[in-house]
Design a protein around this ligand. Structure first.
Ligand SMILES: [Zn+2]
Length: 227
């Protein structure tokens, strides 16, 4: 009886996962089962371990960067959530990631990371985290206040994510395709039409990431002067 019961539960879970994956592909979201991923749990755990390792590495990248201009980096706190999370900056929504300057914290939605890594590779998910670290860096450098348009701030965060990828690549941490996955993720996150108060178009986001990847941190500062 017990094994039959477990079999039924397993079938139900698989059915829900399939529904969830189909809804995801159609752009529909089913609130009650958002915590489920389209990957076996073991794979999503492996991704989370990679993201945790990347979290420490990106933080270390910024410690070194700040040290190079005699400033002290304040490590942001990083949280992961499966559905929604209340933050001092408002509700962190499903399929989103954000940096909240009010408590200097990064919030990452696990189903988003799983979905992105499944579509574009694990480093694409890490690129989302690196983008949020870019916002944490902007705030500490006083760059957030210099931007007239939101799009400048967002593209600069993409550029900083590229600058991290460049550094990680130089340290031999990336496979050849990883930086490309970061580039594709930046492209995929862009809007179809330009508006100065959004994250930028696909081309703009991909170009910003590539600028950071090919020319490093200093090249990203140009976004603070485009007014
Ligand atoms: Zn952003």
């Amino acid at each position: 009886m017990l094994s039959e019961h477990c079999g039924t539960i397993a079938k139900t879970i698989i059915h829900l996962q399939l529904m969830y994956c189909r809804a995801l592909k159609r752009g529909l979201l089913l609130g009650s089962i958002l915590a489920l991923s389209c990957q076996p749990i073991a794979q999503s755990q492996a991704l989370r371990q990679k993201v945790h390792a990347a979290n420490a590495d990106i933080n270390n990248f910024w410690i070194q960067k700040f040290r190079s201009f005699n400033r002290e980096w304040r490590t942001p706190r990083a949280f992961e959530y499966t559905s929604r999370a209340q933050t001092p900056c408002g509700m962190a929504q499903r399929f989103n990631a954000l940096y909240c300057g009010l408590n200097h914290s990064i919030y990452l939605n696990i189903p988003l990371l799983v979905h992105v890594s499944q579509r574009l590779g694990d480093f694409a998910a890490i690129t989302i985290l690196a983008h949020e670290y870019g916002h944490a860096a902007q705030r500490q450098l006083g760059l957030s206040r210099l931007h007239q348009y939101l799009v400048q701030e967002e593209l600069q965060a993409d550029c900083f994510a590229g600058a991290y990828a460049r550094d990680a690549s130089r340290r031999g941490l990336l496979r050849p395709q990883d930086a490309q996955h970061g580039y594709l993720q930046s492209y995929a996150s862009g809007h179809l039409r330009f508006h100065a108060q959004t994250h930028g178009t696909r081309d703009q986001r991909a170009r910003a990431y590539y600028l950071g990847y090919s020319r490093g941190f200093a090249s990203c500062l140009a976004y603070s002067r485009l007014q």
